[in-house]
Design a protein around this ligand. Sequence first.
Ligand SMILES: C[S@@+](CC[C@H](N)C(=O)[O-])C[C@H]1O[C@@H](n2cnc3c(N)ncnc32)[C@H](O)[C@@H]1O
Length: 323
Amino acid sequence: MKFGQGGSENDLRSLSGAALRVLRVIKSVTARAGGGCGALYIMIVITSHRTRRHFAPENNLAPLLPFPVLRPHRPSMQVPDYIKSYEAHLDALIAAHGREEAMSLVVGGQYHGIGILESSALLSHGLRPEHNVIDVGCGSGRLAVALRPFLAAAPGGGGRYLGTDVLARALDYARERCARPDWEFIRTIEPLIPAADRSADYVCFFSVFTHLLDEDIYRFLAEAKRVSRPGGTIMFSYLDFETPTHWAVFESTLANRDPHRVLNKFISKPAIIKWAAQLNLTVERLYEGYEPWIKLTEPFTYITGREASGVVEFGQSVGILRV
Ligand SMILES: C[S@@+](CC[C@H](N)C(=O)[O-])C[C@H]1O[C@@H](n2cnc3c(N)ncnc32)[C@H](O)[C@@H]1O
């Protein structure tokens, strides 16, 4: 066997030092074994450097490749970039509606009413005025504004609040609206929570896992566990394939093939149960989206005109994990 077999000398000259070292090892092994398998691998390594796309799965070489095959560029199959897609969404909303309205629409609208619903959900599950709350994906502060009087009411200055999001402009708005210099709003661009270990009583993700890939949901859950005190609560809302009222969202998502769309993401209960078990978290409750469990602190009216009062459902399903 000779170097260059199945490729040109130019291919060899363009190889990196590391690739050449791999080739030398393969050559010596192949020479000892006297087999042809090594020759095939050498051909793959050489061509991979310049023309990987010729080795598509259909020519049956894929199982031999030690790295993923590059496929032709197909924009409609791209996974949207969280940050770029949300920034573009906000740009479009500001252009169409102006800043004030856009800051409500970018988090899903009904700023006052859903803020009441979210804060009431936390209060229905043990939130106390002295608690430290971390609101991941807080957006323009829909929950923070609703929590403000409650966390401020604790004797000795009240509970603390940290909101994180990928959207700097939404965080600026939230900071302005809350006017609580002791509360923090921090931009994040990774699935990380900028807080100390065991510092939070409550970590919540409202309408956030509805826009993330499984891997990032899991990373965020691991982070939520890290920053939570023992006995702390993690609450998140999600879209569930099994919930009939969520199917319409899936159908509208199917219709949107824009590669720059905001990602809509469904999960299912077995995934949540598995993630919790892996992270040694207890699944305390998985509320169905249509199940009434939230004791509202005050009534409000949905944009549809429907009155919400007393004990109501969240709409999205809600998971509650105990640390
Ligand atoms: C539907 S909004 C909900 C906002 C807020 N939780 C609420 O209920 O009012 C989703 C938010 O998640 C944020 N987000 C999306 N991807 C994120 C990520 N990877 N890390 C942090 N926040 C993210 C978006 O910028 C947006 O503000």
